[in-house]
Structure formats: C-alpha cells, structure tokens
Design a protein around this ligand. Structure first.
Ligand SMILES: [Zn+2]
Length: 167
C-alpha cells in the first residue's frame, strides 16, 4: 500500500463522476444486499482523488448486513496497480501521481450511510477510506458519505471526510 500523505492528513475526498455513477448503479443492482468494491486513485495535498470504483462480489455470509470484498478482485486490482507502477520512470512524457488503493465502498440498503458496528469491527487498515452509499427507495440522489479509518484496538474510529463529486 503506497500512501502519498500521512492518513491523518487526508481531509477530503473527491470522487470522480464516473466512479460515483458506478457506485450508484452497483448499490441499486445488488439491493437488498450490500454492494462493495475497491476505490482506486491518488492522494495530493491532503485530498484523496478516487477516479475509479471497481465493483467486487460481496462474499460475506450475510450480504444484507455485511460486506466482504471478493479477494480475487482485490488481488487483481493490486496486481494491475503494481504492473502499472513498473512503467514509471521509463521515459513517460507525462508524470502522473501514482495510483493506489484508497479504500473501499459499500452500501447500506436498509440504513443510513454511516459506519455500522460491523464496519468498525472490520479488519480494514488504518488510513483507508470507507465510502458508504444508501441507495434511495425511489429515484433521487443517493446519500453517500466518506470516512477515514483511524486508530488501533480500542481507539478504532472513523473520521468524517469532506466529499465532493468531481467531473
Ligand atoms: Zn457498512
């Protein structure tokens, strides 16, 4: 995992419009189960930019209330990012910030877009973004909120991140 800023310094998340639409579609398609997937992007100047949302199968036993990212999808994304990273420094004319896994998204079909007790108890790494969508029962904008995972053991917590939908 290659973070370009100390996790505590990340104060905001910009979600690309394409990624936003993909998450919204996935949340609706998996309803009434929780959808889930991987957020890929960069960190610059204290802001995370998630330009891609890679959907993954939810392999949790109780998919209506929990999520567990299909490890095959996670492995595939990690491998693709590693191979992409190897191309750096080989005469590329445009230097892009290195992409990495920023965190995960999932949906709360029955509830509000806040981390649940199960989310807090989850084994996700400190410094990762947790993005939660609550698909609307009718048409309309999908409530979406972002948190940063911080702390270890009894100090585990989520800190809210400002969220902006990009272009
Ligand atoms: Zn959750």
């Amino acid at each position: 995992m290659n973070h370009h800023a100390h996790p505590r310094m990340i104060g905001a998340l910009t979600l690309g419009r394409r990624a936003y639409l993909d998450i919204a579609a996935e949340a609706q398609a998996r309803f009434p189960d929780e959808c889930c997937g991987v957020l890929v992007g960069t960190v610059r100047a204290g802001r995370a930019y998630a330009m891609r949302a890679v959907p993954a199968a939810n392999v949790a036993a109780d998919r209506a209330r929990h999520f567990e990212i299909d490890p095959v999808v996670l492995f595939t994304v990690q491998r693709a990012l590693r191979e992409d990273g190897r191309g750096d420094g080989h005469g590329k004319a445009i230097r892009r910030p290195r992409e990495g896994i920023l965190g995960y998204f999932h949906s709360h079909p029955a509830g509000v877009a806040r981390p649940s007790g199960a989310d807090l108890a989850g084994a996700h790494e400190v410094g990762l973004v947790t993005l939660i969508a609550a698909p609307p029962r009718r048409t309309g904008p999908m409530p979406l909120h972002a948190w940063l995972r911080l702390g270890h053991g009894a100090a585990q917590r989520f800190r809210p991140l400002r969220l902006e939908i990009g272009i």
